[in-house]
Design a protein around this ligand. Structure first.
Ligand SMILES: Nc1ncnc2c1ncn2[C@@H]1O[C@H](COP(=O)(O)OP(=O)(O)OP(=O)(O)O)[C@@H](O)[C@H]1O
Ligand SMILES: [Mg+2]
Length: 255
């Protein structure tokens, strides 16, 4: 399903008055496209993702998933938060089934869907374990399964690999990329990490802390899975680092 963000404004009151975080944001994510938001801390990435998820309301503008305007959270959008946010008191099975129970999916279909998701994420046999008994990678894959359980049209991810070490991060990127290639769901992801953006994305949106302005919209035209050591890969990371440099300059100008 296509995602359309049109003329979105968002401001927050802070001690010194109003702070405009996002002004006139226009962004489209095509059906099955993987788009990443990249930008310095505080530029409004999480705010924008929360607006799309329906957790935060913009003062102006619209977000549409397909033909439907977003008016709050819904099963058409799966969300993965930075810390995975699994329910620690539920098993893998309980976590993945949770959104299916909420949307009233019958027991039998729930069991079938659970098995299909666990198979896809290489988590078969883990359904009785609790989050505390899982590795970081298993937790992240459980979070992916849970986000996909309601069969969403759009997957929203806020720094899904933020909390793990470098080696694990590369592995998780590869796993998530594989899952995405198999499902071809529309994705909007947030990251700080230029390497990650190039590895995962069809397009990278570089955001400025100056009112969330889009500094650049870079199409990553590399075959998948991507070769991290290739020259073109490095050309893209260099280009994005330059653009991030501009974004940081905006941050200094603003403060
Ligand atoms: N609920 C809120 N109330 C007031 N200000 C807020 C609120 N949420 C976010 N902000 C402000 O909006 C700006 C953007 O925050 P946001 O969390 O979207 O940034 P971000 O790009 O996700 O940063 P990071 O990379 O550090 O996660 C910041 O200046 C922040 O202080
Ligand atoms: Mg954030």
């Amino acid at each position: 399903m296509r995602l359309e963000i049109r003329d979105v404004h968002k401001r927050f009151a802070n001690g010194a008055g109003d702070h405009i975080v996002i002004e006139r944001m226009d962004l489209s994510v095509g059906e099955g496209e993987f788009v990443t938001l990249l930008g310095p801390s505080g530029c409004g990435k999480t705010t924008l993702l929360n607006i799309v998820a329906g957790f935060v309301r913009p003062e102006r503008g619209t977000v549409r998933v397909g033909d439907r305007p977003v008016e709050g959270p819904g099963p058409d959008r799966g969300v993965i938060f930075q810390d995975y946010a699994l329910f620690p008191w539920l098993t893998v099975r309980g976590n993945v089934e949770y959104p299916m129970r909420r949307t009233g999916i019958k027991t039998r279909e729930r069991a079938e869907r659970l098995q299909a998701l666990l198979r896809m994420a290489h988590l078969e046999g883990k359904e009785r374990l609790y989050p505390a008994q899982l590795s970081g990678g298993m937790k992240q894959r459980t979070a992916v399964c849970r986000a996909l359980a309601s069969d969403p049209q759009v997957l929203l991810m806020d720094e899904p690999f933020g909390a793990v070490d470098f080696q694990m991060r590369l592995k998780l990127q590869e796993e998530l990329e594989r899952i995405w290639v198999e499902n071809r769901i529309t994705v909007l992801m947030v990251t700080h990490d230029v390497q990650e953006a190039v590895y995962m994305s069809d397009r990278v949106i570089v955001m400025s802390p100056d009112r969330g302005r889009i500094i650049d919209d870079v199409r990553i035209d590399l075959p998948r899975p991507r070769e991290r050591r290739s020259e073109r890969y490095h050309e893209y990371t260099d280009l994005l680092l330059d653009r991030l440099g501009e974004a940081f300059a905006d941050a200094r100008a603003e403060s």
